[in-house]
Each structure stands twice: as structure tokens, then as C-alpha cells.
Design a protein around this ligand. Structure first.
Ligand SMILES: [Zn+2]
Length: 161
């Protein structure tokens, strides 16, 4: 099995730290600060699914990049994070020596760790990273979020300004 999965520790930490802040309290200001602060994050969107509200959104979503989605607060908050490169990546390892050259495709660091098995990650927030399935979102949310097209400032719900 020469193909192994790795995660870049610093890139992953940026995402984890962002989620930590978002979990505490989401404000529009916070979200835009996070996007500015972390260069491996293109865009963050936070949706309150219970109240069908956009809590915060910042950055520019690159549709060719990687979308990760995370559920917080027992699934009532959905966070979309758009990354130029996923912090999880695979590398071909033929001989042990190859491991020393494994580097993050985004930040090039060698501070990476091997993902041992996909099972180990099922309890982890970072496990689930399919493209977001928007079919489950209430239409009222879906229609006025970044998930469709980029929303002009003037078209956003007042509360988020
Ligand atoms: Zn990295």
C-alpha cells in the first residue's frame, strides 16, 4: 500500500482554531478576521440551521478549491470552510525514506502527520469532508447564502452587516 494519507498540522490547526472561535460566538467581524488571519482559508460561511440565518460570511469562495463542512452545537450550526488546498492529502510512499520528503501541498511544511486509519477519524470533526450536500438545507437558507452565488453586501440580511 504505497498511498498514505497525511494531514498538515499547521494548516489543520488554522481550521480547528477558527472553528473554536466560531463555536464561542459567531460575529461577522470574527469571521472576516479569521479569513484574513489564516492564509490557507479562502472563505468561511456560518449558518444557523435552526433559525435559518447566515451568522457570518467572509472571503471569496473558490469553487475549484476544497470545501469542508463542519457541524457545531449539536448540528444546529453549519460551518463551511473553503481552502485552496485541503490540509489532508495523500502521498505515495514506496520506501521509508520517502516519508521524510512528505510536505504539505499548500504551505510546504514537513510538519505533517500520517492519518492512521479512516476509522480513527470518525469521532473527529475533521473527518467528514465530502462536498457539502445542500439538499438538506432549508430552501430559505440555501437561496440567500454564499452557497449559490456570491452575495453582494447590499443583498445580505441586515443583521449580518
Ligand atoms: Zn500546510
Amino acid at each position: 500500500m504505497p498511498l498514505f494519507e497525511y494531514e498538515c498540522i499547521p494548516c489543520r490547526k488554522n481550521v480547528e482554531d477558527s472553528l473554536k472561535e466560531i463555536r464561542k460566538k459567531t460575529t461577522k467581524k470574527l469571521v472576516s478576521e479569521l479569513v484574513k488571519k489564516y492564509d490557507n482559508i479562502n472563505h468561511i460561511g456560518v449558518l444557523d440551521l435552526d433559525n435559518e440565518k447566515v451568522l457570518g460570511e467572509a472571503g471569496k469562495r473558490d469553487k475549484n478549491a476544497v470545501d469542508l463542512n463542519f457541524y457545531l452545537n449539536d448540528g444546529s450550526i453549519l460551518v463551511f470552510v473553503n481552502l485552496p488546498k485541503n490540509y489532508r492529502f495523500s502521498a505515495l510512499i514506496y520506501v521509508e525514506e520517502d516519508e521524510k520528503t512528505v510536505a504539505c501541498p499548500f504551505c510546504k511544511t514537513k510538519k505533517v502527520e500520517k492519518v492512521v486509519s479512516s476509522f480513527a477519524f470518525t469521532s473527529d470533526l475533521s473527518t467528514d469532508m465530502p462536498k457539502p450536500d445542500l439538499g438538506n438545507l432549508p430552501p430559505s437558507v440555501r437561496n440567500r447564502t454564499f452557497l449559490g452565488e456570491y452575495i453582494e453586501e447590499k443583498d445580505r440580511p441586515k443583521k449580518n452587516r
